[in-house]
Design a binder for this molecule. Structure first.
Ligand code: NAP
Length: 313
């Protein structure tokens, strides 16, 4: 099963996407929804869950939910480096604050370690060249210590135009003569295919690869407002009809077929969408179809500029 569940939008009421809905927020129903999506994911066979302290309640909900499980086939990835600050306020101006410091790592590890023994990967949340986190020896040594002490993988997540540069830099990071990073969670979809340039390196070095934002935050789902993608939507609708699934299932399968990744994250926030995402397992795109979808690629600069314009909804 290559589909895994991402919990970014399950733990906080607003998240970056193309939806424009009025929120009538109640903590009780919000929490119940998150728990029921976790239950449904498990019932449907999903066994990997991705979370972060920066995702509001998500990590805590996952920790509590895991207490009800006794299944060593479950694995979890979490992250450190972002703090959720919106306090579930739909009108909040700032949702999260980034801090790649040793004190933030130590503070967030205190909570995240409750994910053990399910925790398989501990990631730097959005490692960038600017934050210099990949050169901070104190942090790298602390991560190497956690890796040895708790037998977990250490990873990074990447975002933005220079994902490939960040991945290459991370592959070179060593502590005591050993490569530090085992796992890479990156944005990849038909519009931003840039990480395919480093795929060979990741595979040759047997790294775990997780794809995030496989639906381009919802931009790949047919939408009359995104005029620039109407011809792409036509092709996606054609394939969806052919395989008797939704466009989401086609987009998720594309990522798996192109990269043969360990996990493709579903960002679904309700069970109906999750079930539709899972139909990806029924699809096998042929070479010609994959080649057609390859042509959807846009300049990463345009891709990330467009993402910056998306609202927290
Ligand atoms: N820097 C990082 O480390 C980082 C950054 C981004 C994401 N992530 C991880 O990747 C996961 C997935 O990312 P994502 O959620 O941003 O990206 P995504 O999968 O590209 O997009 C999710 C969007 O697609 C919509 N969707 C999914 N299935 C649908 C369906 N069948 N019909 C209609 N809409 C559908 C969702 O709507 P609904 O909400 O209505 O279901 C949501 O708005 C996150 O949960 C997180 O774990 C990590």
């Amino acid at each position: 099963m290559y589909l895994a569940l991402g919990t970014a939008a399950l733990g906080r009421p607003l998240y970056i996407n193309i939806r424009h809905v009025q929120h009538d927020f109640s903590m009780e129903s919000f929490t119940q929804n998150a728990q029921s999506v976790l239950d449904e994911a498990y019932r449907l066979g999903i066994r990997h869950f991705d979370t972060a302290p920066g995702y509001g309640l998500a990590e805590k909900l996952l920790i509590d939910w895991l207490q009800t499980k006794n299944d060593d086939s479950i694995t979890v990835s979490t992250k450190w480096g972002y703090t959720y600050v919106a306090d579930f306020n739909p009108n909040a101006k700032t949702h999260e604050v980034k801090e790649h410091s040793l004190s933030k790592l130590n503070e967030q590890w205190q909570d995240s370690k409750a994910l053990l023994p399910y925790l398989s990967v501990y990631q730097i949340h959005s490692a960038t060249l600017e934050s210099n986190v990949l050169q901070n020896r104190t942090i790298l040594e602390r991560l190497a210590f956690l890796k040895r002490r708790y037998a977990i993988g250490i990873g990074i997540t990447t975002t933005g135009v220079n994902q490939t540069e960040v991945i290459k830099k991370a592959l070179d990071v060593e502590v005591d003569g050993n490569q530090l990073f085992d796992s890479f969670q990156c944005t990849y979809n038909m519009l931003d295919q840039s990480i395919s340039k480093v795929l060979k390196d990741l595979k040759n070095q047997q790294k775990v690869l997780l794809v995030k934002e496989a639906l381009a935050n919802g931009r790949l789902l047919p939408n009359s407002k995104l005029k620039q993608y109407q011809s792409q939507y036509k092709e996606l609708n054609f394939l969806a009809t052919k395989y008797n699934v939704g466009v989401d299932a086609i987009a998720l399968q594309y990522c798996h077929a192109k990269l043969n990744v360990d996990w493709v994250l579903s960002g679904a926030t309700n069970s109906a969408h999750l079930r539709q995402n899972l139909k990806t397992l029924e699809v096998e795109l042929n070479e010609e179809e994959l080649a057609n979808l390859d042509t959807f690629k846009i300049d990463p600069k345009d891709y990330w500029n467009e993402r910056k314009q998306l609202q927290w909804n």
